[in-house]
Design a protein around this ligand. Structure first.
Ligand SMILES: Cc1cc2nc3c(=O)[nH]c(=O)nc-3n(C[C@H](O)[C@H](O)[C@H](O)COP(=O)(O)OP(=O)(O)OC[C@H]3O[C@@H](n4cnc5c(N)ncnc54)[C@H](O)[C@@H]3O)c2cc1C
Length: 389
């Protein structure tokens, strides 16, 4: 019997890869194992769906059963992979009913995603701190929001700012807390960040920059949130949005090389033969890029590799849209640690931030409002993130 390709996970990385692979090979058996229900949804929608009152079910665009039928898959849902045994090319899976089974693979793909970063916070209500990184957490967040008014968000990065905008439009009072002295400190130059802060302030978002949350405690029906600067906020809910950390534990326990993410080469192969990885859990040449566009690129390459075709991953410049309708933003940040400087051009209803290195080459940009129309033109001028080898 032919052993299947096994894919662990049912996020964008898993399903995009399978779609690409099925364009090349419609028949080879594929088994997908996922802790979740396996339904297909677009994760970026999670931070823009509260204002429009979408339920978790409404975000699902295709059920697991439909995906299995369309893509000719065997899917094990609510099943957790406990162990990978590379020597015998098999995985141990705890199935929905509690049974532990071994499944053999010809090739194994890890699309395990990433966890939200959580920092220790004092107080007797730390269990009340939520994060939203999948459909279940979204459903829980919506349930807890019911009848409530005020949300404190910890972290003014991409996810924190998107939720702040969406919740404010949905009629909630939002207070945003971040240790940095500006919004989106890893992605935006100060002047454009200030423009975003102003636009969100216009929606009554209150900013607490240069501080963090010390403790969260119960206070009657509400929560008392104490900041490290001593200020106290009363709120109904606290949402933690501090960024992501790749899920590497399963790979590490199997002896696969991990660093910040699961280390893969340009063929998306890990340090162990026939085991591959892509998506938020993977690290390619030191780059962990937890966004949709890198998944698309990697999925196309890996589909070819799994089909035994020659392919090597290339990452062009891949700008990210930040879904803050109060001030639409598109960013392509310079590589971390680049030396150079930002120049900002003020346009009518927009701002164009260009980052040039010391050789005067354009290596990053941040576009706000009307300047977002420059996306395609400027992207062509940027160097690739990973060029052809
Ligand atoms: C709120 C939000 C907004 C975002 N907005 C944008 C955006 O605007 N633009 C953009 O480019 N990106 C955005 N992103 C990032 C983007 O959504 C992610 O990069 C992408 O969805 C990651 O897909 P993935 O398949 O790698 O991981 P995931 O979707 O996290 O999938 C991981 C899968 O692995 C499974 N799994 C893990 N361990 C096991 C195990 N041991 N056994 C079985 N199953 C396991 C999980 O159950 C899950 O199914 C956003 C992310 C969030 C959270």
């Amino acid at each position: 019997m032919i052993k299947p390709i096994i894919i662990i996970g049912s996020g964008l990385a898993a399903y995009t890869l399978i779609r690409e692979y099925r364009k090349i090979n419609a028949e080879h058996p594929i088994t997908l194992v996922t802790q979740e229900a396996g339904d297909f949804y677009s994760k970026p929608m999670l931070s823009t769906a509260i204002a429009s009152q979408k339920s978790a079910e409404q975000l699902v665009t295709s059920s697991a059963a439909k995906m299995a039928e369309q893509l000719n898959l065997v899917i094990h849902t609510h099943a957790t992979v406990k162990q990978i045994d590379p020597a015998h090319q098999k995985i141990s899976v705890a199935l929905k009913d509690g049974q532990l089974v071994d499944i053999g693979y010809s090739q194994l793909v890890l699309t395990l995603g990433a966890d939200q970063i959580r920092v220790p916070i004092d107080g007797d209500a730390s269990e009340a701190i939520l994060s939203v990184n999948d459909l279940y957490e979204y459903a829980e967040f919506r349930k807890r929001l019911d009848g409530k008014k005020k949300v404190v968000i910890l972290g003014a990065g991409l996810i924190g700012c998107e939720f702040a905008n969406d919740l404010a439009v949905g009629g909630y009072q939002v207070e945003l807390v971040d240790l940095a002295d500006q919004a989106l400190s890893r992605l935006l130059p100060k002047l454009i960040a200030q423009a975003l802060e102003q636009k969100l302030s216009d929606l009554n978002v209150i900013w607490h920059l240069g501080t963090s949350i010390q403790s969260v405690s119960h206070d009657g029906d509400q929560l008392q949130v104490m900041l490290t600067n001593g200020q106290i906020i009363h709120a109904d809910l606290v949402l933690s949005a501090l960024g992501l950390v790749p899920r590497i534990q399963l790979a590490k326990e199997a002896g696969i090389l991990v660093h910040r993410g699961i280390v893969v080469n340009r063929q998306l192969e890990t340090s162990i033969q026939n085991i591959y990885s892509l998506g938020d859990c993977a690290e390619v040449e030191g780059q962990v890029l937890p966004y949709v566009m890198p998944i698309m690129q990697a999925a196309r390459t890996l589909a070819m590799v799994l089909a035994r075709q020659d392919a090597s991953l290339v990452y062009p410049a891949m700008p990210v849209m930040i879904k803050t309708p109060a001030l639409p933003l598109i960013v392509s940040p310079p590589p971390i640690g680049s030396s150079g400087s930002w120049s900002i051009n003020e346009l009518e209803n927009g701002m164009e931030g260009l980052f040039h290195n010391d050789q005067s080459e354009l290596i990053g940009f941040a576009l706000a409002g009307s300047a977002t129309s420059q996306r395609a033109t400027l992207t062509k001028l940027l160097p690739p993130i990973l060029g052809a080898t």
